[in-house]
Design a protein around this ligand. Structure first.
Ligand code: ADP
Length: 517
């Protein structure tokens, strides 16, 4: 009965809470990827911008070279000094070759006198193979634009191994129109470009150059130990590239850390929501159970009240109609009426006490009293009732028990409740023991039966209001489920407690524990 609405509520809660949470989580995870993509894009753009400025710088530098060399050539009287001055200032430039457009006349400049002849031959040969590029440069020059064309690595072996070339047309020269420069890439990068690179990188980035053909890193600033995801070629040295990473933490690390942090937060939020969901579910489950228990209570109480009422009505009618066969029968009927009326009163009293207890309206008047006297009084009054049902009550009390502060009426109610239960759940075993003892600073009243007993699981709930063991022979005995709730509340008001030891099939011992001052 309880399961079905609970399942529905669980499904509803899952739909209302978990579905949005799942959608939100998926959305978040997908935006995290998006963020990462955006970060990588920014990173690429940054590299592009840095590279652009480095390339722009090389271009400006080459323009200045072209201008210097054109002027040197035009200044026929001082050409040699000016070219030598140029070579002195630009360490990366190894050779300068001037050639006419027909490649018949040429002039070579260098500090390296020994190998010049050999280099001359190789360079002319190289130029010869670059006729297409030369034609292009001439066309551009006719249109008034001096273009500079990087040739990349000239040779992998020989005198010019791993040197890079660059050609352009000289501005004012007559005999020597073409200028070819041989550059040492390592020196160009570390001496000429390094300063520029350092100034664009500032404190934030590490930039390194790479000789792509030989897969060698050329350290400009600090060397980069990590793999570089993005490299871009240099304009002047097409076989070389620049790589960039963030100093300290890379963009990838940052993005990864962010992703992990966000996922952890998301996980935390999901967890909190799940806990919330579970708490709501638990509360609803409890409420539904309580509603169910209340319904059972109403039906139990109605039944409990109906039986004595029917008996009272029946015997009163018999007496009224003078249908009793003898005086003795009449006495018996009167006794039944009184007995049933008492039963009714006891049920009503229990419900009233409970409602007072719930409203916090019970005032206990605690005064020092002898528990021994009180319990003996109860047993004496109750004896007739017990014997009439065939029960044997074995009573024992320790000598000289100290007085305790109690509300006599309330404690009587508690003990009677325990005796009632011992009878109700006796399961045919007619022996009941009542004991009064003291251990240390505690005096206790024990009521033991050898009846049905209570399982460990049910023991957790029997003091809850309206709770009745839901199955088996116990369930067939009528009751309100309020007795033990009252007992527990009374004992709390006395700063004491109720303890239980019980085993199904062997019986139960309830112990009212009172503190001694
Ligand atoms: P009830 O009016 O149902 O007896 P109580 O609050 O007195 O209500 O007891 C709660 C439940 O605890 C009972 O319904 C019964 O299942 C169980 N119980 C109480 N006392 C005993 C006992 N002496 N032996 C076995 N079960 C008991």
């Amino acid at each position: 009965m309880v399961k079905k609405p609970l399942n529905k509520i669980l499904l509803l809660l899952l739909a209302v809470f978990l579905l949005p949470v799942c959608i939100f989580t998926v959305f978040q995870v997908s935006t995290l990827n998006e963020n990462e993509r955006v970060i990588t894009e920014i990173y690429d753009k940054q590299l592009e911008a840095i590279l652009f400025s480095v390339n722009q710088y090389s271009q400006d530098l080459v323009d200045a070279w072209a201008k210097d060399l054109s002027e040197a050539q035009a200044d026929t009287l001082n050409t040699k000094e000016r070219v030598n001055e140029f070579l002195l200032q630009n360490e990366a430039v190894q050779y300068i070759l001037w050639v006419d457009t027909t490649l018949s006349e040429h002039l070579i400049w260098s500090f390296e006198k020994e190998s010049t002849k050999e280099v001359e031959v190789v360079l002319l040969d190289t130029l010869f193979q670059k006729k297409e590029q030369l034609a292009r440069l001439t066309t551009y020059q006719k249109e008034g634009y001096i273009r500079k064309e990087p040739l990349g690595t000239l040779h992998t072996k020989g005198v010019l191994a791993n040197q890079s070339g660059l050609i352009f047309m000289l501005d004012r020269g007559r005999n020597y129109q073409i200028c070819m420069l041989v550059l040492n890439p390592g020196s160009f990068i570390t001496k000429t470009l390094a300063q520029k690179i350092q100034s664009v990188a500032q404190e934030n980035f590490i930039i390194s150059a790479y000789d792509d053909a030989n897969d060698v890193q050329i350290t400009v600033m600090d060397s980069i130990a990590v793999p570089v995801p993005n490299k871009r070629p240099l304009w002047l040295l097409p076989d070389y590239s620049l790589g960039i990473v963030l100093k300290g933490e890379t963009i990838e690390d940052l993005a990864k850390r962010r992703t992990i942090n966000n996922l952890l937060i998301l996980l935390g939020v999901d967890l909190i929501l799940l806990i919330g969901l579970w708490l709501i579910y638990r509360n609803i489950k409890r409420e539904i159970k309580l509603a169910q228990i209340k319904t059972d209570f109403v039906s139990n109480v109605s039944h409990e009240i109906r039986t004595p009422l029917a008996l009272i009505s029946m015997f009163a009618e018999t007496l009224e109609m003078d249908r009793a066969a003898s005086e003795q029968k009449k006495k018996e009927y009167y006794s039944i009426i009184r007995h049933e009326a008492n039963r009714l009163a006891s049920i009503v009293n229990k419900i009233l006490s409970f409602s007072k207890m719930e409203a916090g309206k019970i005032n206990y008047e605690l005064e020092p009293a002898s528990l021994t006297n009180l319990v003996e009084e109860i047993i004496n009054t109750y004896d007739y009732h017990l014997k009439s049902k065939g029960f044997q009550c074995h009573y024992s009390a320790a000598k000289d028990l100290p007085e305790v502060r109690i509300d006599k009426n309330a404690i009587s109610e508690a003990v009677i409740n325990l005796l009632d239960n011992a009878i109700k759940y006796s399961n045919g075993s007619k022996e009941i023991e009542v004991r009064l003892r003291q251990v240390g600073n505690e005096v206790f009243v024990e009521v033991q039966d050898h009846g049905l007993g209570i399982s460990a699981e049910d023991q957790k709930y029997i003091f809850d209001k309206f709770y009745r063991v839901p199955s088996g022979a116990v369930h067939n005995t009528k009751g309100t489920g309020l007795g033990l709730t009252l007992v527990s509340s009374i004992m709390q008001a006395h700063q004491g407690s109720v303890k239980i030891e019980s085993q199904p099939g062997l019986g139960s011992t309830f112990k009212l524990v009172f503190p001694v001052d």
